[in-house]
Design a protein around this ligand. Structure first.
Ligand code: ADP
Ligand code: MG
Length: 340
């Protein structure tokens, strides 16, 4: 009698669970404007409102610490204390700056988080971008030097040695944000997700049918979301730096937002975009900017020197060069895949 009641209880409890799970609709994917871009998270029906909420709260937290535009952010405080004193920052910020300096060194200064004076001189991302006079550029160039960023790991402080120096983490922070979103999603035991932080794409787990993910590479000549092709991959990240993301036109010439820190001008080397495929989105983000600025030969050599890192280079003559370790499929016949 007694065991039978227990069985019945389980039976009814089971029905209630079934009914409840049957009634609760899968939570749809969510996108919001954070980190000055569109952030889209898709948990493929396995996400709860709480997980989505936590992920976007984390993204906003990262923005509030790392944006140069947010008054009082850690980066803002570092910049305001340039030439004066070291500033203690949150470990998030310290880690990203440390990694940024690592990539600055690795790329021989092609990637330089101290690029901010150049970015604001050109007014990139602001209301009135302009081509500065060459004397103005000459004046700020000595300030763009990652070697003048002093880091104290024990005290988590950052000191910019010269007055007028300033950091801009725009080339790396979105990658870090994508990694942090993935960490939260995994912690919530969700095994399948697509994270897209303004073009920094990161996949979590496997697709439901066990097939590889397909991550599109945007057509750099068409800003309306058209893809030139896609990369098939397992759990990886794909980050693109391209001339189309932020640019302005003056006297018929186009100027984009990826600067050569040694010349003070947008890097002009025939590339329209560089996509990096790697395991860690922060690394891929820094590398996409670094490799774009380095150009094809040096950039490809850098990519090939790194384990588990691949790249797709897209040129203005519509030639595409993928490196050897990836599965790239072209879909736009206006382009050609030229070599490996
Ligand atoms: P996006 O942010 O458009 O996705 P990137 O990741 O390549 O593309 O970052 C570009 C941003 O990085 C610029 O808007 C600027 O803030 C910053 N930046 C520009 N040139 C450099 C550089 N040489 N090194 C480091 N950061 C740079
Ligand atoms: Mg980048």
């Amino acid at each position: 009698m007694f065991p039978r009641m227990i069985k019945l209880r389980f039976f009814f409890a089971g029905i209630v669970v079934l009914l409840l799970s049957g009634c609760s609709k899968p939570v749809p994917p969510r996108s919001e404007f954070v980190l000055a871009t569109i952030c889209a998270i898709d948990l493929y029906g396995n996400g709860t409102p709480q997980v989505y909420h936590d992920v976007f709260t984390r993204l906003r937290e990262i923005e509030s610490r790392m944006s140069v535009f947010v008054e009082g952010s850690d980066v803002d405080r570092i910049n305001k204390a340039a030439g004066v004193e070291a500033v203690e920052v949150h470990p998030d910020v310290f880690n990203v700056i440390e990694r940024a300096v690592y990539y600055a060194e690795l790329s021989g200064g092609a990637f330089d988080p101290a690029v901010e004076p150049l970015v604001s001189l050109w007014g990139i991302g602001g209301e009135n971008p302009r081509v500065p006079a060459s004397e103005e550029i000459e004046r700020v160039l000595p300030l763009i030097n990652w070697r003048d960023i002093e880091l104290d790991r024990g005290n988590k402080t950052v000191f910019l040695k010269r007055p007028g120096m300033a950091l801009d983490l725009g080339g790396i922070a979105k990658g870090y944000a994508a990694d942090e979103a993935a960490a939260l999603i995994k912690k919530a035991r969700i095994h399948q997700a697509m994270i897209n932080i303004g073009g920094n794409v990161l996949t979590v787990g496997e697709k439901k049918d066990g097939r590889p993910w397909k991550i599109g590479i945007q057509d750099p000549m068409n800003t309306h979301g058209a893809y030139i092709g896609f990369v098939q991959t397992g759990e990886k990240t794909l980050v693109t730096s391209g001339v189309y993301e932020r640019f302005f036109v003056a006297d018929g010439a186009r100027y984009h937002h990826l600067f050569s820190p040694s010349l003070g001008y947008p890097a002009d080397n025939g590339l329209l975009s560089v996509s990096i495929i790697a395991d860690v989105s922060m690394d891929a983000d820094a590398l996409s900017t670094a490799v774009f600025v380095l150009g094809y030969e040096k950039g490809r050599a850098l990519v090939e020197s790194l384990e588990g890192v691949d790249a797709v280079f897209v040129f203005d003559d519509r030639n595409i060069y993928p490196t050897g370790g990836i599965d790239f499929t072209l879909v736009d016949e206006n382009y050609r895949v030229t070599g490996n």
